[in-house]
Design a protein around this ligand. Structure first.
Ligand code: CAA
Length: 257
């Protein structure tokens, strides 16, 4: 791995992927995103890992797709290379992904963050889709996910002007879960991950799948999907244990079965 670091330093149940191209503000070139895809696939299969945190550094989560690498490409080059197909792994990952964001989360960086499941931001975080300023538009989901997150009028303003959202504004619009001082954002992300890691991994995965369905389907279909997954949790030992423990007023012991 040249452009990312993968560690499990906080808890055995939590894995951390750190984007690591600091000189280029973590610009997301195809090799880096290939490494992210491979790491996510591996962590998704590893039973020891319950929650994944993805972060950059204090200055930048990521300042977008790598402009230098794309600048001279033709439309046909872009079509053949289809670099964003690698990104699909982020949304295909079954385990919850928390983005711990500080500094710039722009263009593909903002789209990457919005594809994660939850976001803890430092007060210095800046979100935006400035592609319009370099003569292009978001290409990794920005027009869809930002619109769903902040509403049509604000998404139009942000995408058509390239203006940035501060961390506080992003919190106001529901793009991030929590804003904390810069020295706290990793700590808070780990705290959230630990809380989720205590839950039944079966139920967590089914809940995540159903929530994501609400973005992909009409409400009727989403509700049916959610209901089916709710009923399906009753096939797990963890649901039996969880409900039994509640009734017996004790902490549940989940096995992931
Ligand atoms: N691609 C390639 N290199 C980048 C980059 C990017 N997206 N963003 C920053 N860099 C590089 C800079 O070129 C610079 O490298 P050099 O030192 O070799 O010149 C280095 O990172 C540091 O950047 P700056 O000197 O520009 O730092 P700054 O603090 O003055 O400005 C910034 C920071 C406002 C984030 C500015 O770098 C910037 O505007 N970056 C581009 C943001 C952008 O347009 N992102 C969208 C990309 S397109 C996209 O993402 C499409 C999509 O939908 C996926």
């Amino acid at each position: 791995m040249e452009f990312i670091k993968v560690t499990e330093q906080y808890q055995p149940a939590i894995a951390l992927i750190q984007l690591n191209r600091p000189k280029e503000l973590n610009a997301l070139n195809p090799q880096l995103m290939g490494e992210v895809r491979d790491a996510l696939q591996q962590l998704d299969k590893n039973d020891e890992v319950k929650v994944i945190i993805i972060t950059g550094n204090d200055q930048a989560f990521a300042a977008g797709a790598d402009i230098k690498q794309m600048a001279d490409k033709s439309a046909i080059d872009m079509q053949i290379m289809d670099q964003f197909s690698t990104w699909d792994q982020i949304r295909k990952t079954k385990k919850p992904i928390i983005a711990a964001v500080s500094g710039f989360a722009l263009g593909g960086g903002c789209e990457f963050v919005m594809t994660c499941d939850m976001v803890i931001a430092s007060e210095t975080a800046k979100f935006g889709q400035p592609e319009i300023k370099i003569g292009t538009i978001p290409g990794a989901g920005g027009t869809q996910r930002l619109t769903k997150a902040v509403g049509k009028a604000k998404a139009m303003e942000l995408i058509l002007t390239g203006r940035f959202l501060s961390a506080q504004e992003a919190h106001f619009y529901g793009l991030v879960n929590k804003v904390v001082p810069v020295e706290m954002y990793m700590h808070k992300a780990v705290e959230l991950a630990k809380e989720i890691a205590q839950m039944s991994p079966v139920a967590v995965q089914l809940a995540k799948e159903a929530i994501n369905r609400s973005f992909e389907t009409q409400l009727d279909e989403g509700l049916m999907f959610e209901r089916k997954n709710f009923y399906l949790t009753f096939a797990s030992e963890d649901q039996k244990e969880g409900m039994k423990a509640f009734i017996e007023k004790r902490k549940p012991v989940f096995k992931g079965k």
